[in-house]
Write a protein that binds this ligand. Structure first.
Ligand SMILES: Cc1ncc(COP(=O)(O)O)c(C=O)c1O
Length: 387
C-alpha cells in the first residue's frame, strides 16, 4: 500500500543537505562555543556563521538581533512574556493592552491567557473577516493609550491564509510616529519560511518567530528576531548566552542545520511556491473531476499554497481522518490537543463562525517531495469513502 504524508505543516523531514552540514558538529567539532580555547572558537565560528546567514536572509541590521531558542513555542513565549514583563516589572505598567487574533497558534493564545490570569495584561482578540483574514484597519482601530503590542501570525497554521502583514506593519509605523510609547509588532512566522518573504524591513516588525523543523531543518531549534531597541526581559538566566538574553549552551549542530535549511528555503522560494501551487491546484482539480463533494476553507488568493483546508459535508473529519490513516494517508483533522485526541479546528470554526463546519474539515499540507501520483492516490481513497 502506498504511504502519503500530507502533514508537512506539522513538521517536515530533515533534508539531506541539512543533515550533511550538521554531521561534523556532533562528534568532530563538539566543543562548547563559549570555551576560550581554539577548539571552542571553531564551534563559535559555526554559530556566528549561522547567525550571520539568518541575519542576511531577514535583512536584519545586526546578527545580534537573532536569538536561538529551542522551539517556535519558546520564541513566541519569549517575544510576549519578554516584552510584557519588561513593561510590567521595569516600567511599572500594571495593565498593558495587547492586540491579537482569535486564530493564533496555542503558543500565542495560551501564553496570553496565562498572563491574563495573572491580571497583568488585557487582550483584544480580533476575529477574522469573511475572507478569513485579519483586517488591518481593525487592528489599528483597537489601539489604546496602553497598547504595547500587536502579535499576529503570518501564515495561519490550519487554513494556510496569509495575513496582510506588510500593510499592518505600515499602518503601525505611521501610528507610532504620533505616539509617545511605541506599539511593538510581533509576527509569528513559524509557517512562513518555505513560501514567504522574511525581509524584516519590508514587514516592518520588531519581533519575528521562525521555525526550523517546518522548513526541513532539525527539531529542537528555532529563533526569534528582536529588532535592536526592543526591550525584552530575559526569561532564562545563565552565563550570558544569546547576548545575555537566553542562558544555556548553544546547540551547535542544530543551529548549523537550521541556518542551512533557511538558506535552502530562501534560495528555492520561487521554486517551492510553484511546486506547492501545482500540487494544490491539481488536488482541487482531481477532486472536482471525481465529483467529490467539498468546499475550500482556505482563502486561495491569499494563502501559502503549502496548506489546503477542505470541508467535506458528508462526514465528520475524525471519520475521514481515520479512514485516510487506515489507508496510510497522514493529514490533520484539526488542532492537535494535549490528550492527543483530535479536536475540531477552532480556527476553521472562527473563520466560518461554525463549529459544525470545523467538525467536517481537514488540513492537507504538502511537501517538496509530494507528487501528483500521491495526490491521485489520496483522491482515489477520498472518493471511495465520501461518495
Ligand atoms: C503558526 C505557528 N506558531 C508556532 C508554532 C509552534 O511551533 P513548535 O511546536 O515547533 O514550537 C506552530 C506549530 O505548528 C505554528 O504553526
Amino acid at each position: 500500500m502506498k504511504e502519503v504524508y500530507l502533514d508537512y505543516a506539522a513538521t517536515t523531514p530533515l533534508r539531506k543537505e541539512v543533515k550533511e552540514e550538521m554531521e561534523k558538529y556532533f562528534s568532530e567539532i563538539f566543543a562548547n562555543p563559549v570555551s576560550l580555547h581554539s577548539f571552542g572558537q571553531k564551534a563559535l565560528k559555526a554559530v556566528d556563521g549561522s547567525r550571520e546567514k539568518i541575519k542576511e536572509i531577514l535583512k536584519a541590521e545586526s546578527y545580534r538581533e537573532i536569538i536561538f531558542t529551542a522551539s517556535s513555542t519558546e520564541a513566541n513565549n519569549y517575544a510576549l512574556k519578554g516584552l510584557i514583563f519588561y513593561f510590567y516589572f521595569k516600567k511599572g505598567y500594571k495593565k498593558s493592552h495587547i492586540i491579537t487574533s482569535s486564530i493564533e497558534h496555542p503558543s500565542i493564545l495560551d501564553t496570553l491567557a496565562d498572563l491574563e490570569d495573572l491580571e497583568i495584561i488585557e487582550v483584544t482578540y480580533l476575529k477574522p473577516k469573511e475572507d478569513g483574514l485579519i483586517e488591518p484597519e481593525e487592528v489599528i482601530s483597537q489601539i489604546k493609550e496602553n497598547t504595547i503590542l500587536v502579535t499576529l501570525h503570518y501564515i495561519n497554521s490550519e487554513l494556510g491564509n496569509r495575513e496582510p502583514v506588510e500593510k499592518i506593519g505600515e499602518l503601525l509605523e505611521k501610528i507610532n510616529k504620533e505616539r509617545k510609547e511605541k506599539v511593538f509588532y510581533h509576527l509569528d512566522a513559524a509557517q512562513a519560511g518555505l513560501t514567504e518573504n522574511l525581509n524584516v524591513q519590508d514587514l516592518k516588525c520588531d519581533l519575528m518567530t521562525l521555525s526550523s523543523h517546518k522548513i526541513y531543518g532539525p527539531k529542537g531549534i528555532a529563533c526569534l528576531y528582536i529588532k535592536s531597541g526592543t526591550p525584552l526581559l530575559r526569561l532564562i538566566s545563565g552565563s550570558g548566552h544569546e547576548f545575555d538574553l537566553r542562558g544555556g549552551t548553544e546547540a551547535v549542530p542544530l543551529i548549523v542545520g537550521f541556518a542551512k535549511a533557511m538558506e535552502l528555503a530562501f534560495n528555492e522560494r520561487e521554486k517551492n511556491v510553484k511546486h506547492f501551487k501545482e500540487i494544490r491546484d491539481y488536488f482541487l482539480q482531481r477532486l472536482k473531476e471525481e465529483n467529490v463533494s467539498f468546499e475550500v476553507n482556505t482563502n486561495l488568493e491569499h494563502s501559502s499554497p503549502k496548506i489546503l483546508n477542505l470541508y467535506f459535508p458528508q462526514k465528520l473529519s475524525q471519520e475521514t481522518f481515520l479512514y485516510l490513516d487506515f489507508n496510510k494517508i497522514y493529514v490533520s483533522p484539526g488542532t492537535a490537543c494535549k490528550s492527543r485526541s483530535p479536536e475540531p479546528s477552532y480556527m476553521v470554526a472562527e473563520v466560518f463562525r461554525s463549529k459544525e463546519r470545523a467538525k467536517r474539515s481537514l488540513r492537507f499540507s504538502f511537501g517538496l517531495e509530494t507528487t501528483k501520483e500521491d495526490i491521485d492516490y489520496v483522491v482515489y481513497v477520498l472518493k471511495n469513502f465520501l461518495i
